[in-house]
Design a protein around this ligand. Sequence first.
Ligand code: NAD
Length: 293
Amino acid sequence: MASARRAGSIQEDGLAEGLAGGTAVVTGAAGGIGLGIARAAADAGMSLVIADIAADRLAAVEKEFRDRGIDVLAIVTNTADAASVERMAAQAIERFGAPRLLVNNAGVEMMGDIWELPAEQWQRIIDINVLGPVHGVRAFAPAMIAAGTPSYIANITSIGGLGMSGGQAPYIVSKHALLSFTECLYLELAEAAPHIKVSAVLPGPVATRIFTDAVALTEKAHIAQAHDQMEAVLAQGMSGDDAGRKIVDQIVEGRFWISPHPEMMEGAAQSRAAYLAGLHTPAQRVRPSYQSK
Ligand SMILES: NC(=O)c1ccc[n+]([C@@H]2O[C@H](COP(=O)([O-])OP(=O)(O)OC[C@H]3O[C@@H](n4cnc5c(N)ncnc54)[C@H](O)[C@@H]3O)[C@@H](O)[C@H]2O)c1
């Protein structure tokens, strides 16, 4: 199993990378990619702190891990709320000490024309998708820095964080911002605490409920059509468990750029670079970041 390969090996930069015996904190862990990451971390021998806003689904996932004999702490958390994340972190650190792995994964989708989505929906997606990871880092980084143990922070952005797409501007904006935050975090921790490796995770399509749960102004035909298209693309995507395993494998390699769909990420990065280098005008393409598949 992959965990046996990972445990105890040393990276070329000298960072000990065995995760076994450490604790993983995963937000949005009650389903989808977050659950896949939590399962992969448990397979690698880690204790778990799983946090999600969906209490019922979180309780079911907690039971799954308990039944497997995993040391797990499930905490209902709203990552948009700094105080909620700080409470979760205090409980997690009291129980397990500083985590070896923090994955800021919780995120939501939103579809609609820019001028028609209400201000509170714009606020909500920025609060969850951008400030949620900021709150996670603020809550856990001081303990991780003080611990001095080789450890990892990974933020789940998206291949959409390298692209553009009319119809889901709030999501795209949030994922660009999260990528930018993660780049700055890398720089700051490389100076202040080089024992903490930072990764930006850019998944392509993974079969999850994110579009089913999305806010979408589907009374507009073009939004309804784009929503249905995206839901269909994701339904054909990789499973959350496969994505979670690939993500954890790449995190422990100490990489910054991570994706369960590496070729798609490279294609999107090259398109973005060419677009910026040429100072091209934004061009609407259907699912731009998914065309390189
Ligand atoms: N599925 C994909 O194709 C895809 C592609 C690129 C990036 N992503 C990103 O992956 C991450 C996980 O998404 P997913 O596809 O697994 O979706 P998902 O909807 O299956 O899982 C997201 C989880 O986050 C939880 N959540 C939502 N708001 C929350 C909040 N305020 N506080 C705490 N938990 C909250 C949900 O309850 C859910 O369990 C997201 O950041 C998403 O943007 C997904």
